[in-house]
Design a protein around this ligand. Sequence first.
Ligand code: HEC
Length: 265
Amino acid sequence: MTEVPEHLLQRAAEARARLTGAPAPESADGDAAPAAAVPAAVTPDPTPAVPEEPKAPEPVAPYVEAGLRRKTMPVWIIPVLVFMPFWAIYYVGYLENPPVTGGFAFEGGEAYGVQCAGCHGGAGGGGTGRQLSGGEVIATFPATDEGVAQMVYWVASGTAGAVDGVYGDPDRPGGQREAGSFGVMGGFGGGLSTEELAAVVYHERSSFGELDAETIEHELHLLEELVHVVDEAGESFDGASLDNVRLWVDAASAKLAAETEMAAE
Ligand code: HEC
């Protein structure tokens, strides 16, 4: 029979002890079985489990740390993002309209589409309101200071503002317009700003009046100047008399003539 080495016997005894729960016998050479070898279930630790200290975050590489520290979106990008669509709209408008005349003409077209096209048609062909296209608007309100003043006054005050029941050129082919002969148009002096009203007059005259380019340019400057005159006087087209409007147009026309003279020198 082969001798089983002492240390193997000892290990077997220890294993048996672990399974049965009996204490392991001391080894012959006095080697105590390590306490850790006894499972916790067999001899439970009487002290309650101490909650673990929260672990310090694991150290990360410096470049990862820099990435985590950095905000994903810098604060200054917010106003930039908010502003961008407006810039895009402005830029498209800028491309479509040369800067000098663009604002006024664009504004007039906008106002016409919103306030007038419903009755006068998108292309000025008429409907509930009279036809303006084909030069009709200029037949009623000729390309003179008086014609412009009469038209501004008409758009501001409408049918109800007509002086002596008539409006426009007394020598109009087919006779002077009689107010109310085609229906009733309300006044826009209260609904449109000074600039919008002048701009919509410009839009109708330049788009439907069949005027030559030089006259259109002159009327643009005249109507822009008219806005300055009215603004500087602290006045408005709302409730203004035809004579008021005539005076303002005359003042604008005189300023324009003086500027043209100065530019020519
Ligand atoms: C509710 C419909 C309506 C709207 C909106 C309207 N109009 Fe009129 N417009 C008329 C009618 C109706 C007449 C004819 C009035 C009359 O006979 O007294 C007229 C006449 C005119 C005339 C005179 C044309 C001519 O040869 O006799 C002009 C210019 C004019 N409108 C410009 C405008 C402008 C500018 C706007 C927008 C700011 C506008 N209208 C909005 C109904 C309208």
